[in-house]
Write a protein that binds this ligand. Structure first.
Ligand code: GLC
Length: 420
């Protein structure tokens, strides 16, 4: 917020360009894995180049918890935060609190993955500059599949059977901590992502269809959730009902799960030198529901928005552009296996050599399935919360999938009213 005359590193630039100011900027984000470490090192470079100072405000891991806090700051029109890292789903709900970035990126917009920019457009305004994308994978233990003579599963039913067989065989050999499958089952946005994948891959349609209609109360959706509920306490620990991304990664990376559903960031960490599964795992697309259905991967990602209430908007825009420049996106792709938002980074030879997951995953990222945040506009958060509640109740043994989907349908219809 405060502005000080520039001193030190940027003095020469000041002398050349006339009056310049050093701003104290604040960026808020939630992080998993090494996100924060990389962000800090990139901010250090920004500080050295510009003379500005940037403080990180750290949020809890859960996107749902972050959103709650962000809404409080934004409603209070707080100038404390200049740059927010925004989940891909939030733009329609908070657009009014952010400046339009489009006029500030005209020179670079053609470099971006078009769908990434599109996801952040609300009423002709670019709410966030896409930082990285997400499209989850099925992580599998190649060594255990080989040892037990099993193939990488193509359907959720095969995944269930293979997970159970290997888990039981490993336990019989004394590996008591082994589980079959870990994922994000806590009652939050992460469960919405997982359950959307199960239902869409079973042919059960969207939580809310693109045209706003509600068709979620159907037998295919019930079949998908019923299968998922059968995992809890069987191939997945009962505690999976409280798992977020890092909980699942912790189990898989310490060697105690055959399969895991997780985002891209888990790849670099699971392949790291301190990982128990280094060199022992592979990734593939999430399973299908069988019967000719296709796999579905929910679109994730985080993007940088400049608060309308920031007193340093010019410097904040400079920061957002800097964090998303080629060099920084490339570094994030290599070190954190985060899919970039600049097209060219996908074909960078260093990225291909040092982080094979990125080019491998480009088609999955391109085909990732958005959540219905555009269709449900300002009500998305409530829609998602009703959805994950219905799924979580079913998985907790609190009502059948059919019962909970009927309740969900009624709630969504009430929420929609005459229009979204
Ligand atoms: C990841 C995704 C984000 C999603 C969240 C759910 O952070 O990038 O879009 O909402 O997971 O937990």
């Amino acid at each position: 917020m405060t502005r000080l005359p520039i001193i030190g590193a940027a003095l020469a630039a000041t002398l050349l360009t006339g009056v310049a100011w050093a701003a104290d900027l604040t960026i808020v984000h939630g992080s998993v894995g090494r996100d924060q470490e990389i962000l800090r090192s990139q901010l250090d470079k920004f500080e050295a180049e510009t003379g500005h100072k940037v403080t990180i405000v750290s949020m809890p891991e859960s996107t749902t918890d972050q959103f709650g806090q962000y809404k409080l700051w934004l409603a209070a029109q707080s100038s404390d935060i200049d740059v927010y890292r925004l989940d891909v789903i939030w733009a329609p709900q908070i657009a009014t609190h952010f400046i339009d970035l489009m006029p500030h990126i005209e020179d670079i917009k053609a470099d971006y993955v078009p769908a990434a920019l599109e996801s952040q457009m609300v009423d002709g305004k670019l709410v966030g500059l896409p930082m990285f994308l997400g499209a989850p994978a099925l992580y599998y233990r190649q060594d255990l599949l080989d040892k037990h003579g099993e193939a990488v599963p193509a359907t959720w039913q095969e995944m269930t059977a293979t997970a159970k067989k290997i888990m039981e065989a490993e336990r019989a050999e004394g590996n008591d901590d082994m589980w079959g499958f870990v994922f994000q089952g806590a009652a939050y946005e992460g469960l919405t992502c997982n359950a959307q994948e199960w239902i869409v891959s079973f042919g059960g349609g969207r939580i809310v269809e693109n045209d706003g209609t509600i068709a979620i109360n159907n037998p295919k959706a019930a079949e998908a959730i019923t299968l998922a509920a059968s995992w809890v306490g069987d191939i997945a620990p009962a505690g999976v009902l409280n798992y977020k991304e890092e909980d699942a990664r912790g189990v898989f990376q310490s060697g105690n799960a055959v399969f895991m559903r997780n985002w891209n960031y888990a790849y670099a960490l699971a392949a790291g030198d301190d990982s128990a599964v280094k060199g022992k795992f592979g990734v593939t697309t999430l399973p299908t529901g069988g019967d000719g259905t296709s796999s579905a991967a929910t679109l994730g990602g985080w993007h940088l928005g400049v608060s309308k209430y920031s007193e340093n908007q010019d410097e904040a825009i400079e920061l957002v552009r800097f964090l998303n420049n080629y060099e920084n996106q490339k570094e994030r792709a290599i070190v954190t296996s985060r899919p970039p938002t600049l097209n060219a980074v996908y074909t960078d030879v260093d990225v291909a050599r040092e982080q094979e997951f990125i080019p491998l995953w480009k088609p999955v990222v391109d085909n990732a399935l958005p959540r219905p945040s555009a269709a449900t506009k300002r009500k998305y958060n409530e829609v998602s919360s009703e959805f994950w509640t219905a799924v979580h109740n079913t998985m907790s043994g609190n009502g059948t999938a059919e019962e909970n989907l009927a309740i969900l349908e009624a709630k969504l219809k009430r929420l929609k009213g005459s229009a979204w």
